[in-house]
Design a protein around this ligand. Sequence first.
Ligand code: NAP
Length: 283
Amino acid sequence: MAHIIDGKKISIEIKDEVKKEVETLLEKGITPCLAVILVGENPASQVYVRNKKKACEYVGIKSLSYELSSDTTEDELLKLIDGLNKNPEVNGILVQLPLPGHIDEEKILLAVSPEKDVDGFHPYNVGLLSIGNAVLKACTPAGCIELIKRSGIEIIGKKCVVIGRSNIVGKPVSMLLLAENGTVSVCHSKTRDINEEIKNADIVIAAVGKPKFVKGDMISDGAVIIDVGINRMENGKLCGDVDFDECEKKASFITPVPGGVGPMTIAMLMKNCLSACKSQKGV
Ligand code: NAP
């Protein structure tokens, strides 16, 4: 039976480390500050934003909240971001996605100053990530790496298979695994023999967006399975991209859903806010 990686516990460890560093900054008169922008009334986004504000409170980061109506124009949003970019009190800017259809998401993400881009989505930070120099790494991918490393799992030289090539998970997590000296294959919907790829993997990162996509007979004995998927089932329950019950019997380590990768995203966001603040203040 696999060891179940406790993402909740590891995320609290990380938040506690951030909290300690924030206390040191506060003693020096520096208050890290995150601005969170929400446009519209998407209920899932409202929950995410609330959880981000709660995490800020926990670690001692000041949060500024901008909750805008769904008819906010692109220009109004760009103006708000420009003001926050120029405000030296604000260290991180987070625009909660998705945005209403009339707003160009790419334009908005590009407008956030790269040094305040705590989501790590700006092409400048994506570029730094790919050359192995990122300060602000995309939160969910960075969270996957922390889960692996803090569980005592070696990445160096391991065959890592990432299922999914999205800009927010698959691609950045592949780059991070490469930076950790893993040998990385990235699979997607056009991959010819995905079962063969997965069968050969020491570490599998599933970011497909399809419930129970990875079955027990697809993985090798002793594989490490990191499940990024969050799929809401008809019964209202969450389900990952991995068939947990089947894979748990063969894997050496596995993350559950919920309670695996999920809680890590906000913890890494807090870490990014702290890093952004420290690099802006030169401490
Ligand atoms: P996405 O943008 O929909 O990307 C899915 C990827 O899976 C694509 O690259 C797609 O390939 C690939 N794919 C789809 N069907 C496939 C198949 N049959 N065989 C092989 N590959 C296939 O999704 P995402 O944004 O990366 O998210 C992935 C999952 O992670 C979702 O469940 C999402 O909810 C979850 N997520 C969780 C967190 C968290 O905080 N834990 C954060 C972000 C996302 P193509 O490129 O060829 O289409």
